[in-house]
Design a protein around this ligand. Structure first.
Ligand SMILES: Cc1cc2nc3c(=O)[nH]c(=O)nc-3n(C[C@H](O)[C@H](O)[C@H](O)COP(=O)(O)OP(=O)(O)OC[C@H]3O[C@@H](n4cnc5c(N)ncnc54)[C@H](O)[C@@H]3O)c2cc1C
Length: 367
């Protein structure tokens, strides 16, 4: 896909460098990273991946668009994974508007983006989940958990269920301080993603808030294949951690055969992860039949590379890897949480089943 893309590039982009500096500050204070998002916007990425009618860039093809998206997600993740999580949620929302929004909703989105609004997508929820009630007014009940940007971003697309129908998307304000609860967001990493609780009980909605139909959010291959986007952000963090490890590898460590081999193993794992993320992005762009399996393989490759990069940084940098203010420490803390996405082993197993049935016959022959 992007033949020119380098793994562990020494010359990080200005955007990644700026985000890394801000990320240190927001990690210490655990605040919604307003300045980081401003930097992303200043780099021209705030509206770039919206549909053209919502103010986004007109790309020559979906392949070139997804390749540019991958580079952007990876660059932001390379700088700061919390900012990357927020940016990825925003990009996800832009795509959902493009796929399922009406003409009027896309015009509304264009207007909001012109005003600089940031979006997120909140699906995770404590039971019984967010419901649409139709008693007098149309209101929501329930709450969202792991709601990245709660109280900070302007709008969220939340999933909600209604009378046994499949869940659907509803656009709501996301920055009501009375509804956001960050008191439980006491985490080792990803602090500035402020992924707290958001109470939606009593939020009134109209037809204009409903995006698409019941079941659209879960429509395949978009839903599962879309995992490639968070993989791209995580990949940026992994490449940054490997680069950080190399930069601070002491002459003694560089002269050690075992440590050199450990470094090369982590480097190769990251390179392998990049291959799969690029494959997954390319297949998601075309919505091919194996887009889902490829995204699941990418998830496994990225998780393996991330865990190995964390271990390798610890083994090569020693105690330095665990000190406050060390970039390697922050990336490792962020990655260790961000890699915990839903059902990782389930995703690997589904991919394994698909590979076995697709590429090998019943008796293990390649078909
Ligand atoms: C920093 C951060 C930001 C996030 N932001 C958002 C957001 O903005 N919006 C949003 O909707 N969500 C968000 N999430 C939630 C995310 O999408 C996942 O739902 C969440 O990370 C899963 O958490 P968990 O490990 O507790 O999951 P659980 O699903 O509770 O899984 C815990 C463990 O149970 C096992 N398990 C779970 N499912 C299966 C299965 N099917 N088969 C086998 N084993 C299984 C696995 O061992 C798994 O590791 C965020 C998460 C993080 C960490």
């Amino acid at each position: 896909m992007s033949a020119g893309a380098k793994v562990c590039d020494k010359a990080e982009t200005g955007l990644a460098e700026g985000l890394a500096q801000l990320g240190e500050r927001y990690d210490a204070a655990s605040l919604f990273p307003v300045d980081s998002l401003a930097l992303i916007a200043a780099a021209g990425l705030h509206r770039r991946f919206a549909a053209p009618e919502a103010g986004g860039e007109q790309f020559a093809s979906e392949q070139t668009r997804y390749a540019a998206m991958l580079t952007a997600l990876c660059d932001v993740g390379r700088g700061d994974l919390s900012a990357g999580r927020l940016f990825e949620g925003h990009v996800n929302a832009l795509l959902l508007f493009e796929w399922y929004g009406s003409h009027d909703q896309k015009r509304w989105l264009r207007d909001q983006l012109e005003k600089g609004a940031w979006f997120g997508v909140w699906a995770s929820e404590p039971q019984p989940g967010v419901q649409i009630q139709n008693a007098g007014c149309i209101c929501l009940t329930g709450a969202k958990s792991f709601a990245s940007g709660a109280g900070g971003i302007n709008w969220a697309l939340v999933t909600a269920s209604q009378q046994g129908a499949e869940r659907r998307l509803v656009t709501i304000h996301a920055n009501d301080p009375k509804r956001a609860d960050l008191s439980g967001w006491r985490v080792r990493g990803m602090r500035a993603s402020v992924s707290g609780h958001y109470d939606v009980t009593g939020v009134e909605i109209t037809e204009a808030n409903l995006l698409g139909s019941p079941g659209d959010y879960d429509r395949e291959p978009r839903f599962t294949a879309g995992a490639w986007r968070f993989c791209a952000v995580q990949l940026g963090g992994i490449e940054a951690l490997i680069a950080e490890t190399a930069h601070h590898m002491s002459p003694k460590a560089r002269a050690d055969t075992l440590l050199r081999q450990r470094f090369a193993k982590a480097y190769v794992a990251a390179r392998n992860a990049r291959f799969w993320v690029e494959e997954a992005a390319s297949k998601a762009a075309d919505e091919t039949a194996d887009a889902i399996t490829t995204a699941r393989i990418a998830r496994g490759a990225v998780e393996d590379a991330g865990l190995l990069a964390i271990e390798t940084a610890a083994r090569i940098l020693g105690t330095r890897s665990a000190f406050d203010g060390e970039r390697a420490d922050k990336i490792a803390r962020d990655l260790s949480l961000y890699l915990r996405q839903a059902g990782p082993d389930y995703a690997r197993d589904e991919a394994a089943k698909a590979i076995l049935s697709r590429e090998f016959g019943e008796r293990g022959e390649i078909t």
